[in-house]
Design a protein around this ligand. Structure first.
Ligand SMILES: O=C(O)[C@H](O)[C@@H](O)[C@H](O)[C@H](O)COP(=O)(O)O
Length: 231
């Protein structure tokens, strides 16, 4: 299931989402002494990251990671890790812990196994998941065109992280699986622009997640994905 909230401006969305997310993280810290959040890359979240970075919570108890990452050098313009370091791990949030998905030069099976074990132990279940959405309805690196989409969307898949080689986007990726992401306690879809509103309407009006993987989060009966949209 899902809830859609529309904001008049992206700035208003960024402020509201940062306030909501920081309150959830603070509650998790007071309840269990720690909190974990996975954010998405791309162009949409930069403003949200900057506002969130200034929120006054005990960031030293928060572990931040990415829902997916391109397997590129972390100083590359295409690196989501670089995006997070430059925009979120700043100000108060500079004290947060960051769980790197991009570790080492090559994404070998051994690296993937080690990352699966570490992510499962350190991060799951996530307190907050922030998803983005591509024009093709992909989210994280769950791409409809990829050979890995069946495994990626399989709720019975016990893998936490997986390799993905999309056909319509550059770079090999590492991505959390749907099965791991749906354990998140709070799931948000952050999307902006008229073009993405059209994609969102298409996603909401159909039911095949293999055509538009974001549907798996929007229509799952036991999820309540909160959609934050601004023009
Ligand atoms: O690595 C990535 O690119 C993201 O994780 C991806 O899932 C992103 O959220 C969407 O592609 C939307 O990207 P924009 O915000 O740039 O539209």
């Amino acid at each position: 299931m899902h809830q859609l909230t529309e904001f008049s401006t992206r700035k208003n969305l960024d402020v509201a989402l940062a306030q909501t997310v920081s309150q959830i993280l603070a509650q998790a810290i007071s309840l269990k002494g720690k909190a974990s959040i996975a954010v998405s890359g791309g162009s949409t979240p930069k403003g949200f990251f900057k506002v969130l970075s200034q929120r006054d919570i005990d960031w030293s108890k928060v572990t931040i990671t990415l829902a997916d990452e391109r397997w590129v050098a972390i100083d590359s313009q295409d690196s989501n890790t670089r995006l997070v370091h430059e925009n979120l791990l700043q100000n108060n949030a500079a004290a947060a812990n960051f769980f790197h998905l991009k570790q080492g030069d090559e994404l070998t099976d051994e690296t993937l196994t080690d990352l699966n074990v570490a992510a499962s132990k350190t991060l799951l279940p996530l307190d907050v998941l922030i998803l983005g959405m591509g024009e093709d309805g992909h989210t994280a690196s769950l791409f409809p065109c990829s050979d890995e989409i069946n495994v990626g969307l399989d709720e019975k898949n016990d893998a936490v992280l997986m390799k993905v080689q999309p056909k319509t986007a550059p770079h090999q990726r590492i991505s959390f699986t749907f099965a791991s992401l749906i354990t998140s306690k709070n799931i948000f879809l952050h999307s902006c622009g008229e073009g993405k509103k059209t994609v969102l309407t298409q996603a909401l009006n159909g039911d095949d997640p293999f055509e538009m993987p974001i549907r798996a989060f929007l229509q799952h009966p036991s999820l309540n994905t909160q959609i934050f949209w601004a023009p």
